[in-house]
Design a protein around this ligand. Structure first.
Ligand code: BG6
Length: 511
């Protein structure tokens, strides 16, 4: 029998090692909404070793008690499995606050003294995980001062790792510079660039679906697949003051360069030879490198649609247009919707377009991948109308309502031979019962266990930026830039995005 590379991991789980996690920018939203609830839930599942501490490193003056009380309030709101006072009391004993400017070496030296003390007190074993959740402009000084304070190297076989939050650069040049800075302080093997889409249960399942089921893989190529669509729709705009950051980024940088390209890689990659972090990432990066570059305004106009929303209503609530949003430049040229036609120049995917769309203020929140198979060459009993819809579609719902559906044609019951589309549907919620862990739970656990498989590697990030940079160049630096289109908030995007597919005789799947 052929060996299945997934068999082993199906039964293995990562175990967090004793450690102290230092969060830079610990007073921010991410720590309150995601990181602390994730650590708490790892503890609630019994996966957090008792020799564990979190140290919040930030600029505001605060005692441990005040910091813990703030985090407790946040955990009550955001914890996936609710909040248990008893568990929290134990967990909170391991939380501390360290006040310092990010650029002050003294703050790092005193941090080192504190960490050494915790190692003695709590047995955190001198393993350290540094989490960069600060504004990106501080990444560089933090790296430099961690190095100067000697915090970047584990002593006597202990480890020191760094987790970098997004955005990881804003183009190829800045990402490479940041990578140089990070790698001057931590080895690549100790560098964990987070992309929370990789921590989503359904994203992880893509590899299992493809490589552990003999049914799909033989058909997973240009002989059987007509095209693939990836949609990431959000029904929110610039709530919570996000406009300031978003207006400097836009949909292409904020979502496509990272999350959407990660999903694309998982769908299009070749089977890895084993499941080590590098084997998997070697295959993923090959997909990004094989993307046919879109160079110049003409190629970009033909293959990419960018748009901003104008006023409209989402779920019956009136929304302002993008340029009227809080902290957004009223003359902004930033896209909050983008649709792309991508080609992957490999044997497997020659001639198969991958259509990607992502946008804010769309009718609902939903991320899905749909694989559209070629139509049968001839259907003897179908009318031409039926033939129009006769393709089999495999839909991988990343969120919400996580699951997989296969659309097939069936005979409608009755005397006549009528054919109808039906779906075979698998829902995580009904098949597995318990809710899946939050993406951050899985990723933090992996970082504490030293497994970098679900984190982006340097070459993945840099190659993705290279591709994105050409589009940005055509949009912002050419004499005849492609147009900025418009769509009302609450609609499915601009008509130009529909035309992108119509030009190929295809339609976006209705979600
Ligand atoms: C973040 C983006 O990385 O992902 C946000 O910066 C976006 O703009 C978010 O809203 C979407 O994540 P999720 O998990 O809610 O789909």
């Amino acid at each position: 029998m052929m060996e299945n590379p997934f068999q082993e991991t199906l039964f293995q789980r990562n175990r967090a090692e004793p450690c102290t996690v230092v969060i830079f920018g610990a007073t921010g939203d991410l720590t309150h909404r995601k990181l602390i609830p994730a650590f708490y839930n790892i503890a609630a599942c019994g996966d957090l070793p008792p020799q564990f501490k979190v140290v919040g490193f930030a600029r505001r003056d605060k005692s441990d008690e005040v910091f813990r009380a703030e985090l407790e309030a946040a955990n009550r709101k955001h914890s996936r499995q609710g909040h248990n006072d008893e568990l929290w009391a134990t967990f909170a004993q391991g939380i501390h606050y360290h006040r310092s400017e990010f650029q002050d070496l003294e703050g790092y030296k005193s941090l080192k003294v504190q960490l050494d003390k915790y190692d003695q007190e709590r047995g955190t074993a001198a393993n350290r995980l540094f989490y960069l959740a600060s504004a990106p402009e501080f990444f560089e000084p933090i790296m430099q001062l961690l190095r100067e304070a000697g915090l970047n190297e584990g002593a006597d076989g202990k480890w020191a790792r760094v987790v970098c939050e997004k955005p990881f650069g804003k183009d190829f040049a800045s990402a490479r510079k940041l990578n140089d800075t990070v790698n001057a302080t931590f080895d690549e093997a100790d560098t964990y660039r987070i992309d929370h889409y990789l921590g989503k249960e359904t994203a992880q399942n893509i590899m299992v679906l493809r490589f552990a089921n003999a049914l799909f893989e033989p058909n997973w190529n240009n002989r059987y697949i007509d095209h693939v669509q990836i949609t990431c729709a959000e029904n929110l705009g610039m709530e919570g003051g996000r406009g300031g950051y978003y207006d400097t980024a836009g949909a292409l940088r904020d979502m496509v360069q990272n999350h959407l390209f990660q999903l694309l890689s998982l769908v299009a990659m070749e089977p890895p030879t084993d499941l080590s972090a590098d084997s998997v990432r070697d295959e993923k990066v090959k997909v990004i490198r094989a993307l046919r570059p879109l160079v110049g305004p003409e190629a970009v106009t033909q293959n990419v649609v960018r748009a901003q929303y104008c006023a409209g209503s989402v779920d019956g609530v009136q929304r302002v247009g993008y340029r009227e949003e809080d902290r957004v430049n009223p003359e902004s040229k930033t896209e909050c919707y983008v649709a792309l036609r991508l080609m992957i120049d490999t044997w497997r995917w020659q001639g198969v377009p991958f259509y990607i769309r992502v946008g804010k203020q769309l009718p609902k929140k939903a991320t899905e991948i749909s694989v559209h198979f070629k139509k049968p060459p001839q259907v003897p009993f179908a009318t031409s109308k039926m033939l129009l819809n006769s393709e089999n579609t495999l839909v991988i719902r990343i969120q919400p309502d996580e699951g997989i559906a296969l659309r097939i044609l069936c005979k409608q019951p009755g005397q006549a031979l009528s054919v109808q589309q039906v779906k075979m549907d698998f829902h995580y919620s009904s098949s597995f019962g318990n809710a899946s862990p939050e993406a951050y739970e899985r990723l933090l656990l992996d970082a504490m266990a030293g497994d970098a498989t679900l984190f982006a590697r340097r070459d993945e990030v840099e190659n993705a930026w290279k591709f994105i940079d050409e589009i940005q160049k055509a949009w912002h630096k050419s004499d005849n830039p492609p147009p900025m289109c418009e769509y009302p908030a609450g609609s499915w995007g601009p008509v130009e995005a529909d035309n992108l597919l119509r030009a190929d005789g295809r339609e976006w799947r209705l979600l």
